[in-house]
Design a protein around this ligand. Structure first.
Ligand SMILES: C[S@@+](CC[C@H](N)C(=O)[O-])C[C@H]1O[C@@H](n2cnc3c(N)ncnc32)[C@H](O)[C@@H]1O
Length: 190
């Protein structure tokens, strides 16, 4: 039994804690659709999942996955970059999940990029509800490199601590750069 879970599992545990049936949520990086499916299950029939990816193949794979599960009507699969999320999402959302990096089994060159990721995270902070959460799983090292991680962390560290709490969790003694978990919530005035 491992008490210390990997970043993605920790992300899912947080999601399970905060998402309720009927909520609207965003999967900012659809990929093979695992997170879209997971979120679609959490929001239930009355909820909505807005999912984004720049690759048509990711959208097609995800469509297949959610159709099989019978979740089609609660999912909006959007073939566009997450940096444009505000053009499609016109309601507050409870949770936004980013799973950065490249599509497993796909082209390692078509990964997320610092500039567009930061633009999207900035928009995410406007879109989450007061009781919402932004979760980012940062993959780094290997083909992902370190540029996106470093730029994103610099941006996150600069966020006004009166407005936001930003948490970073990582394993500090492991090889192969295990992913880093980031969670951001709004600080509400009493
Ligand atoms: C690590 S994968 C996501 C894995 C996915 N969550 C899953 O469950 O399979 C990262 C994805 O981000 C996508 N991506 C890259 N840049 C993007 C952008 N600007 N907007 C949305 N998706 C992007 C890639 O095409 C890739 O499919």
């Amino acid at each position: 039994m491992a008490y210390l879970k990997k970043a993605l599992l920790q992300a899912h545990e947080l999601a399970e804690k905060i998402v309720r049936p009927g909520d609207a949520v965003i999967d900012a990086t659809m990929g093979n659709g695992h997170d879209t499916l997971f979120m679609a299950d959490l929001v239930g029939e009355a909820g909505r999942v807005y999912a984004f990816d720049i690759q048509e193949s990711a959208v097609a794979k995800t469509r297949e996955r959610i159709e099989k599960a019978g979740f089609t009507s609660r999912c909006h699969l959007i073939h566009d970059g997450h940096q444009n999320m505000d053009l499609y999402v016109k309601e507050p959302v409870k949770l936004i999940i980013y799973n950065l990096g490249y599509l497993p089994g796909g082209d390692h060159n078509i990964g997320t990029r610092a500039e567009t990721t930061i633009a999207a995270v900035e928009k995410s902070l406007s879109l989450i509800s007061n009781d919402g959460l932004v979760i980012i799983v940062i993959y780094h090292g290997g083909d992902s490199g370190f540029e996106e991680r470093d730029a994103l962390l610099s941006y996150l560290i600069s966020l006004d601590c009166k407005k936001y709490s930003v948490m970073k969790t990582d394993f500090i003694n492991q090889i192969n750069c295990p992913p880093i978990l980031i969670a951001i919530e709004k600080n509400l005035k009493d």
